[in-house]
Each structure stands twice: as structure tokens, then as C-alpha cells.
Design a protein around this ligand. Structure first.
Ligand SMILES: Nc1ncnc2c1ncn2[C@@H]1O[C@H](COP(=O)(O)OP(=O)(O)O)[C@@H](O)[C@H]1O
Ligand SMILES: NC(=O)OP(=O)(O)O
Length: 312
């Protein structure tokens, strides 16, 4: 039996509630199939598009009525954990009932401590929200001097926010407790709600979005997982991505993965953090492996027939 952390990409979950439900329904048999094979799963998920949409909804409403105020980013991530966790709980539970398995599903509202002095606070890199064309993005930045937008992997321009590295999962013991009691746990959604520790030992939310791939690697380490599966919108990590020379990769050892990083082969804010998180997990203990693959081909990747495996 292996313990597997499965990270679902926010962009792979679609743009609407209906799309999200449909994608989760499509992924649920693969997730539950792993439990049927005797494995234990912990599910984490991204929230880039969703946290951006929630934040934009409050900001836009606040321009039209004084009944609504803009919502801070940590609260938006907390809301996205509820919204996505709710669909995951329903979709996975439905599949468990269909195959007659007695497991329960629970989402843990998860806070993740970050370092208040993390240099990432001064250099926003995490894309959130929808995609815009360059002219629209430039006019949005001209209208709002605090807004930063960058081109994201050939898909359009997006807002970027600070993305500090995860330091500690505050609800780690709750997660381990639920695992011990045969729960399928959904945790560290959207990378976790970024918090810093206050002097009294309390926590305070900070304006950032943690990368869910780094948070998932930290979660996988914290629960002693054997595998980290990072599910996204492409089947494999590629060299010369998006060009006629594109070549998809099946395996990468740590040195080969580092070479891709050094050569700038991986989109910053998209594939780069996935490969770096996969490398960190693969290097964290003997036999640990990370797999990057598409949501649709996850069942094939579970059998080693799709995806890119990163190993020490
Ligand atoms: N070298 C690469 N190989 C494969 N995909 C890449 C590469 N560089 C950038 N990408 C892009 O990264 C995307 C995955 O990142 P992202 O959309 O941020 O993930 P998530 O599914 O977690 O939201 C892919 O869909 C692809 O467009
Ligand atoms: N928080 C986060 O990393 O979300 P995405 O996976 O959607 O980018």
C-alpha cells in the first residue's frame, strides 16, 4: 500500500461551477480506483483561476455598491477551499457510493505558515484569475498602478501576486488524524491560506497565494507520502514546449530536471514550480517519486503509461 498525495491544477478544473463539477466527476473514478487498489490518497488542489475570480467579483461589486467591500486575498483563498472542496467531497463521495466503498471524505480548511521576510513578497510571480490580451492587460495596469500582469505560458496575460514558499502546515495533526480514521482528506487547497505567526502564537493572513505544487510537496513530506501526483492540463513535461520541436518526456532524474530548469525550458509560474516541487519531493526521501500528468490521463499515469516521472 502506498500513500499518495494528488494535486489537482486550478486551471485543469475549468472556469465555471458546472465545468468544475464535470471535471471532478471525470477524475473521481481514477482517484477512487487508487483506494480500490489499496492505496491511501490525500487530495490537494490549485485555485489560481478561482481565487482571481472571487477577488475580482468583490472588487467589481464594490465599485457599484457600498454594500460590498473588496475581499482580502487570504479570505479569497479560504472561500476557494470551500468552493472546490465542496465539489470534491460530492464527486468523490458519489463515486465511493457507486463502487460500494465505505470511506468518508473531508476537506480541511488549511492554513500554511510562510516567512514574513520571504523575498517573494517583493516580486509577484503567481498568476491568478483569467487571461487577457496584451492591450487589455496594459490598459488595466495603467488604470491601477498596484496591479501587476505578465504573459503566462503563451496563454495570455494574467494578474500576478506574491507567492511565498510554504514553511509549515498548521493543520498537519488534524490531517494525520483523519487519515488514521479512514478519511479521504482534501487539504492545502490553493496552496493553503497563507498566514504568518504572531507573537502570541496566533496566525494572521497575508496578501499572497502560495503555489499549490510547493504546498502539495510539503504536504506529501508532512504525511510521509510515497508518491506525489501533480495533475494538470498537459500529458507530460516537454522540452521546446509549444514549438514544432516539442518533445514530451517520460522520465527525469534530478540532474536532468535541474538541466531543464537551468535552460529555461519550463514556464515560470506554470510548469517551473511543478517540476521544482516534484524535485523537492523526490529528493526528500528514498523511493519517493513525483508524477506530472493530465487529469484525463491520470488512470494511465497510475499504471506508468502516461505522465512524466521525476525520481532521485
Ligand atoms: N515545458 C513545459 N512542458 C509542458 N507544459 C508547460 C511547459 N512550460 C509551460 N507549460 C504550461 O504549463 C501549464 C501547467 O501549468 P498551470 O496551468 O499553471 O497548472 P495548473 O493545472 O496547476 O493550474 C501547461 O498547461 C502548459 O501550458
Ligand atoms: N494556488 C495555486 O497554485 O493554484 P493553481 O494550481 O491554480 O495555479
Amino acid at each position: 500500500m502506498s500513500r499518495i498525495v494528488i494535486a489537482l491544477g486550478g486551471n485543469a478544473l475549468g472556469d465555471t461551477a458546472a465545468e468544475q463539477r464535470a471535471r471532478i466527476d471525470a477524475a473521481a473514478p481514477a482517484l477512487v480506483g487508487l483506494i480500490a487498489q489499496g492505496h491511501e490518497i490525500i487530495v490537494s488542489h490549485g485555485n489560481g483561476p478561482q481565487v482571481g475570480a472571487i477577488s475580482l467579483a468583490f472588487a467589481t461589486a464594490a465599485e457599484h455598491t457600498d454594500r460590498v467591500r473588496p475581499m482580502d486575498l487570504p479570505e479569497c483563498t479560504a472561500m476557494s477551499q470551500g468552493y472546490i472542496g465542496y465539489h470534491l467531497q460530492q464527486g468523490i463521495a458519489r463515486e465511493l457510493r457507486r463502487v460500494g466503498m465505505p470511506w468518508h471524505v473531508a476537506s480541511v480548511v488549511t492554513q500554511v505558515e510562510v516567512d514574513p521576510d520571504d523575498p517573494a513578497f517583493a516580486h509577484p510571480t503567481k498568476p491568478i484569475g483569467g487571461f487577457y490580451d496584451e492591450a487589455t492587460a496594459r490598459s488595466m495596469m495603467a488604470a491601477d498602478p498596484e496591479l501587476r500582469m505578465v504573459e503566462d505560458s503563451g496563454r495570455g496575460w494574467r494578474q500576478v501576486v506574491a507567492s511565498p514558499r510554504p514553511v509549515r502546515i498548521v493543520e498537519k495533526d488534524s490531517i494525520l488524524n483523519l487519515l488514521d480514521h479512514e478519511f479521504i482528506v482534501v487539504a492545502c487547497g490553493g496552496g493553503g491560506i497563507p498566514v504568518v505567526r504572531t507573537e502570541g502564537g496566533d496566525h494572521r493572513g497575508v496578501a499572497a497565494v502560495i503555489d499549490k505544487d510547493f504546498a502539495s510537496a510539503a504536504l506529501a513530506e508532512a504525511v510521509g507520502a510515497d508518491y506525489l501526483f501533480i495533475l494538470t492540463a498537459v500529458d507530460r513535461v516537454a522540452v521546446d514546449f509549444g514549438t514544432p520541436a516539442q518533445r514530451d518526456l517520460e522520465h527525469l532524474d534530478l540532474a536532468e530536471a535541474q538541466r531543464l530548469v537551468d535552460e529555461g525550458q519550463l514556464g515560470a509560474g506554470s510548469m517551473l514550480p511543478k517540476v521544482q516541487a516534484a524535485m523537492a519531493f523526490a529528493a526528500s526521501g528514498p523511493g519517493r517519486r513525483a508524477v506530472i500528468c493530465s487529469l484525463e490521463k491520470a488512470p494511465l499515469a497510475m499504471r506508468g503509461e502516461s505522465g512524466t516521472t521525476i525520481h532521485a
